[in-house]
Design a protein around this ligand. Sequence first.
Ligand SMILES: [Zn+2]
Length: 139
Amino acid sequence: MSAQLTVKKSGIYGKGCFALAHFTARKKIATYAGELVKGSRKIEARLRRQQEVAIKIIRIDENTAVDGAVGGNETAYINHSCDPNAFMRVVPGQKVAIFARRDIRPGEELTINYRDPYHPEVCKCGAANCRSKRRRRGQ
Ligand SMILES: [Zn+2]
């Protein structure tokens, strides 16, 4: 658990992950903790199960993923946004880390653009470039 992050009710969906400290752009915020899952069938099964609640499994490659629902930290609660303030990268040693995409002030909810087919088609992030708005305009 991090002293720089907290989990509370989100304005986007369910619970969210919020900054307690100031993060400058490109700075590492935290490691996406969780159980290392091996095997594409195992990963698919967990994704299907989580789809109805909240996706907490992050793919590293086809056969490896980190499941934040098991042994995860605050970062497992980071919601999707089409205009996020954070992003994730795989770092050597099969770990996933979260970085600031821009300066983040204490109190801001952290968001990531997950770009995967498992997140709901109807997005409520409220960003100007939200994929739900784009879809409604027929683009
Ligand atoms: Zn959106």
